[in-house]
Design a protein around this ligand. Structure first.
Ligand code: HEC
Length: 100
């Protein structure tokens, strides 16, 4: 599991470099690049019960949670690490993709 997450992470880094054009971010591609799919699935339906479903939430709520994880206001070891390096634009695109 961890190996897979790591590989997806590496792939994401490579794709991220290619995608650095300043164009509007594609949320569907971003969840693959960032490895979110490993736990939250491609459409926000979690792959296991220990992970929350994101497709049942509002976009605005998800955006706020990601910002809170990034700032440390909401503390969780896994999501803190995930959100740490996200930009505002990426958070907006991720929340728009997973949220309603
Ligand atoms: C290794 C598994 C894993 C990965 C990868 C992961 N998450 Fe999570 N995510 C979790 C877990 C576990 C929680 C619940 C944490 C908590 O209790 O605060 C969570 C919570 C969240 C929440 C808050 C949900 C809620 O209902 O409040 C959001 C939003 C979220 N993740 C988005 C993302 C995004 C976007 C990515 C990719 C950048 C991502 N996650 C990557 C495991 C993961």
């Amino acid at each position: 599991m961890h190996k897979i997450v790591f590989r997806i992470g590496l792939l994401g880094a490579a794709l991220g470099l290619v995608a650095c054009g300043g164009e509007t971010l594609d949320g569907a591609a971003l969840v693959q690049e960032k490895g979110c799919v490993a736990c939250h699935g491609v459409d926000g339906k979690a792959v296991a019960m220990i992970y929350p479903n994101l497709n049942i939430q509002w976009e605005e709520y998800l955006r706020k949670q990601l910002i809170a994880y990034r700032s440390g206001e909401r503390q969780n070891a896994i999501m803190g690490a995930q959100a740490m390096s996200l930009t505002d634009d990426e958070i907006r695109a991720l929340a728009a993709h997973y949220g309603q």
